[in-house]
Design a binder for this molecule. Sequence first.
Ligand SMILES: [Zn+2]
Ligand SMILES: [Zn+2]
Length: 1139
Amino acid sequence: MDDADLEKLSIKPGSLTPKFHVNTTEYSATLPCDVEKLTVNCLTSDSNASYQILGSGGERTLPLKEGEVTIIKIEVSAEDGTTKLYQIHAKRLAARDASLTDIKVSSGSLMPEFSCDVLQYVCVVPSSTSAIKVTPAIPDKKTGVKVCGSEPGSEVGLNIGETGIDIEVTSADATNKQVYTVSVIRNWFSQAVTFIDPKQAKKFECPITLAPLYRPVSVSGSDPKHIFSEPIIDELTKTSKQDPLDATPLDVEWKVPERALDKEISSAIVQCLYSYLGCESKIKFADLGSHAKECASKPKTDVEIPGDTATCGDCSRKVLQGETDWHQANMCTSKHTSREIKHSIKDHSWEKKLYQSGGSGSEIEAKKQIELYRKSLPKQGQAGRIEGGKSPLDYLHTAALNLALTVKQSPKQASLHFQLGLVLEEQYYAQDMYGYKPEEEDVGQGLASLSLDAKESSKEDDIQAICVQRGAGSNAPLARQLQAIDEEYKYLLDSGQSGKADYVQTLYIWKSKQALQDGRAAQAASDQETPLGQAYLKYLDALSLDQNNALYNVHVGRLLLLQGKPEEALTRLQLAVGIKPALTVARFYLGLALAQQKGGPGSRSKEAITYLHDGLVYLLESASVRAEAGLDSSVDITLHSEDLWRTTNIQLFRGCVTLATLLRKSPQDKKMSAQNVFHSAALLAAQNLCTLVSRGDTYQSMEWILLDCHSHLLEMLQQKEPGNTSWIAQRCQQLTAMIRCSTLPQSIEILQLQEKTCQKGVMAQPTSSQTLCQLGNSQLAMYDNDSSSDVGKKALIDARLSYRASIAQEGKPSVGGELPEQLKDQAWWQDKIKEEEAKKAATEKAKAPAAAAAATKTAAGKAPAARGRGAPARGAAAATRGTAAATKGAAAPARGAARGAARGGTAAKGPARGGAATRGGAAAKPGPQAKTPSKASPSSNANKVTTPAKVNGTAPAKSPQPQQEKPTDTGKQTAAVPSNAPLNRITYPARLGLARALVREAKDTSESQVLYNDVIVMAPQIHDAYIELADLLVKDEPLKAVDVYDRFPFPEESSFDDAYLHGEVVRLLMKREQFDDARLEKHMISWGRVMGIGCLEKYVEILDSKFKTKLLMSVYAGVNRKTVDDPDMQAFFKFKMWL
Ligand SMILES: [Zn+2]
Ligand SMILES: [Zn+2]
């Protein structure tokens, strides 16, 4: 009746784009210049409907004009008169057009779809695709076309990352040329590779992934070039627009593609992935993927390990060949029978709430809901918030509801308990990885017990409240938060409120666990109130009903591991492997459990390595398969806990790191090298960071893995090539950068890693200003974390020395040369030297006893007391302002919340700012701001930068630094300067750091003031220098603080960061009642423009009461970007009675 659809629509000659679909009403077609007429064929879907081609006079064949687009309108009329319009934009090319009618690719597909007017395309192909054939369709035989300069038809070799393929088209009349470009992108190769030439390994290494650069891009203006893999640098700069390596602010157009490098990397020669299994092929990196697919040495992997088996005489199970002893010793099910699980199924209160809603559940309905859930998950790059409509969590909740009801109906059916467990666990991942939050209203309906966040946030809220009350502010570093909780605890005890004190103590324990790597997941897994803890109980229920189910044992075992109970986990996992000796996942977890036993795997080390290695091989193969298919396919697969081999499973990574650590100690034949395992784990973790939607627990765990791998690889490099100091220094810089960029909360663990890494960097290049400055930053951060302890106090002294050393080295060679005195005065350095000398002495004793004795003597002369490096006692940190880079409205945790030196200052005040320069990373190159001259008139000492000598001269003689360099008495400490050694540049970060280090625990701030002024001259756009300098002045001379703020070279339009300075000027001038200060108007206007007029309200009131109406009118007009004479403004002023 009302059916006005077409069933078919086609043209002759040519074809439609897109392909015909009943609901698509707009099409286009490109036709050669010799096509004068076009015939349209239609078929209505209802035989009683009719159609007409508008304006054709009933003809189906229409004339086309050369070089023009003809719009063909087809109106379909249904029986009841309903009409529908289909349109074809048919372009007949002219002889002068240099256009194509189509482009075909032999792999992947074009994005966007081909259209003759679109010249740029992207085509994503599997990572193993090493060549592609691009076939352009030409409109006319006379049209000339070349693909990459050759006749079309042959294959084009692809780079490992991105390859630009140019299709040059010459019009039929040879008057015009046009170039279409197809960027072919290969999926990211997901395994570590070994270059034959070690120099290339260093040159091609991405500083973050430590794998070959993938789609390399450099930061414009960096020198030497800072080059990164594009996806990871995109991820790292998502919320913080800084060069990860040196914290330099990035320009808008900072990214420079390095295609030539991509090509160079692609043609470098690498070893086969399976060289450890005997393949000796040496292949171009670009061809590695296709070789690996076909390689004869490729290991066979599956969910169960393929291979020859023997039968156990006792339990008659099939055991892998060569593993009978292992089986007999711990796993044989007929020998080891005392593994009954003592657990009775209880009605959990949270479970009751699930089925209380009544009705009858069904497994089929649960499956349907799970399917809906999968489909509703965001694709990569989409945010986790759902605007209206159903949240994926709702589907999971309904699925859980259905399963809970079926469990109630058939409580003896183990598989139902198990499935409920899987769904509950998925709730944890959905919240953590995709950032879904349970709806408020659901909480009221009994979802509260299912909601991880609801429970955690109440604890978290309480902690934040305590922190604010105790002056730590919200978002304080972890150590400071712990200190505040501790203070509250003591206060409650003292005032006799022991009940409350007990609760606060639980908060302390809860919070302190967050400092550990597995912190939050481990908490969740052992907490009944969270989905993860509930899942564990359901797995346990299932297991108690079916104790000989290998899979149930695996799931209980892996969650026990997560809870930090490796002994109990071992029992479960040994049983799992006993039941199914070849089950890869059971073996992998058993390996992990063995390695996590107190004291390590001991005599079972080889066993653990075998299990973990089997798992790793399977993991890498699965990852390769994914790289073949494309990253987006992750959405279509099973629930997370149904497929434990997904790379989002953090325990897989723990297993890899554990395996590599074991392999370091005892390398094995036919197994990957420790180094390769670390590299592969780092790469996979980095790839995960790029794909995770939400920055939750999983994200941070991946960051830990990446840091772990970096740190192990650094140690291995030091051991293997101690002489390669430039590479070691480079790796130290990279790891320091990673720590600074990570979203991990500050903890003693991470601070120690940072300090240790910086020390290694200085050991490798002790005369580099940059490494010395970074060391200073790490020491200052140690002090700020725990300023009252001895460790903290020493760290502050060392920090000052490191910064002074950094400044003293400026202008001198960064490699080789004389050691800075300020370094030699540091206790840790003397310890290291002593250690080294002792080692050398031991090994060279026989050869050169005299030299060794001399060296020992030198070191002994300066031997300091050994320094404690253990974790400092609870809390105690100086509350510094703005340490929390509370970003404006960013949902994700801010990167690098002042892991470097934090600002000097006292208690938190004013709005928290995301300080761009809080990090104070050694910016070796001047940022764009350094070129901008300061607008404000320089004060007397601002014209020239204080030289190191002057700094030393004005230094309060507090720290035991020598005033001048003394000639060293030992030739040992002077290394030869290579002829090409670059000179250390003069930069601001060390001065900023020193200024901060001097402000801590100092009464005389004169040297700090000089240094802050230097920083302002050197880098006029670093907000922190102004703020911190003003802080020093504000107490005694508030108007001088105003002068400082006013020196800032404010841009035409102030940013959020600038607004803080405006606000401070206004606040200070108003407080001192400087109503006639000309600067007041300017700053009120700029402040109001950024923050909104509301922020001025209370000042407006004051000014109004003082009859400063002229000023007020100018401010209102200024904020509204209007003149005072503007009619609207005038009306407003009259209303205000200012006129
Ligand atoms: Zn091979
Ligand atoms: Zn047996």
